[in-house]
Design a protein around this ligand. Structure first.
Ligand code: GDD
Ligand code: MG
Length: 352
């Protein structure tokens, strides 16, 4: 069985991080995001091919995963001539005359849903499409999905307004769909699976069923959620690598150099090649990417720093997010709302 990962969006809500790094490969600790999804798909023996549906900066993503053999999977890349939207992208990636079930994943969701159970439900109900739902506090940013008592989907409303919110279950961005049903999607034209295909299944009374999942689920596509996923994994709120064995601890690479007199407070993550100088403090919920430098008496309190960032002495950083190769000068103070792109420079004594 084929799995299609929709990984072609521009990641506009994660700018400036996604200007040079497409969302599917933004780092979560020391690994590209999609690795978590690939590991989940790998657990389903039936899935023998993963198709990455790409549009934005496809080369960057291909360079990271290659043919998939390093992760023990088979990966193929399909690059759209223009952004085709979620539905157009699935049709394009599925190729001509697709038959039988295909698994589809939005390329920005992290979860431990039991995919095998979703596929089993799809077969048992002889469904044309099966969708994973998850409850959230505020469905407005997602696709709202109503079901009946037998788990049949009764309504699908993408990005509902406040007065349209009738339940708390949303589209988790994970589907099993029968290839034949893609014939309702026009070829090579932008088309939304959420606004077109799903409502059409309901209108035509096709068998369209839901698997409601109540475990961990997050869409990492906004700054808050991007940071939250790190916190959830560090604290053990979501059990996942690299904190699977030791949630709540300070995870320090053996190749990092922590000088005597530096203070490291867990949970936090310090990657290979990092130097933390004497008197510096790395506080809880901080993520220090590979080869960062934390100078004498500097303080990092809950920031996510991508690799190769330099924090000079006496700098104080709140729970900010900063891309690669940033420079924080000495004695700067940068608060937790800062969201800085690659190569940002904050000069000595600046306050942000
Ligand atoms: N190949 C390709 N081409 N991929 C695309 C395109 C496109 O034109 N447009 C979006 N994608 C990919 C994105 O990269 C992302 O992985 C996925 O499709 C979903 O797009 P988002 O832009 O992240 O959508 P969203 O988060 O606002 O809403 C979607 O996800 C929610 C769950 O996180 C919808 O599916 C909602 O219904 C759902 O609740
Ligand atoms: Mg999203």
């Amino acid at each position: 069985m084929k799995a299609i990962l929709l990984a072609g969006g521009q990641g506009s809500r994660l700018r400036p991080l996604t200007l040079n790094t497409p969302k599917p490969i933004v780092p979560i600790f020391d690994r590209p995001f999609l690795r978590y999804q690939i590991e989940l798909l790998k657990q389903v023996a039936e899935i023998d091919e993963i198709v990455l549906s790409l549009n934005y900066q496809p080369k960057r993503i291909e360079e990271v995963f290659g043919d998939g053999s390093a992760l023990g999977v088979r990966i193929r890349y399909v690059v759209e001539p223009q952004p085709l939207g979620t539905g157009g992208a699935i049709k394009f990636a599925a190729g001509p005359k697709p038959q039988g079930p295909v698994v589809v994943f939005n390329g920005d969701v992290l979860t431990s849903v039991d995919l095998q159970a979703v596929i089993a439900l799809h077969r048992e109900r002889k469904a044309q499409a099966t969708i994973v739902l998850t409850p959230v506090d505020n469905p407005a940013a997602y696709g709202l999905v109503e079901t009946d008592d037998d788990g049949n989907v009764r309504a699908f409303l993408e990005k509902p307004s406040a007065d349209q919110i009738t339940c708390d279950t949303i589209n988790a961005g994970i589907y099993v769909i029968e290839g034949e049903t893609l014939d309702r999607i026009p070829a090579e034209t932008p088309y939304s699976i959420e606004r077109g295909y799903f409502p059409s299944l309901i209108a035509q009374q096709e068998t369209f069923v839901a698997h409601t999942y109540r475990g961990y689920w997050i869409d990492i596509g906004t700054r808050d959620k991007y940071q939250q996923v790190h916190r959830d994994i560090m604290t053990g709120g979501f059990g996942a690598p690299p904190f699977l064995e030791a949630p709540g601890t300070a995870l320090v690479s053996p190749d990092a150099r922590i000088e005597p007199g530096a203070i490291i407070e867990g949970p936090c993550f310090i990657d290979a090649g990092v130097v933390v100088k004497a008197g510096a403090r790395v506080g809880p919920l901080s993520v220090i990417g590979a080869h960062c430098h934390i100078g004498e008496e500097a303080e990092v309190d809950g920031a996510v720093l991508w690799p190769h960032t330099w924090v000079d002495r006496h700098a104080k950083l709140g729970a900010l997010v900063a891309g690669r190769h940033c420079q924080f000068g000495r004695n700067v103070q940068v608060g937790g709302t800062a969201f800085l792109g690659d190569n940002s420079v904050v000069t000595d004594f600046s306050r942000l």
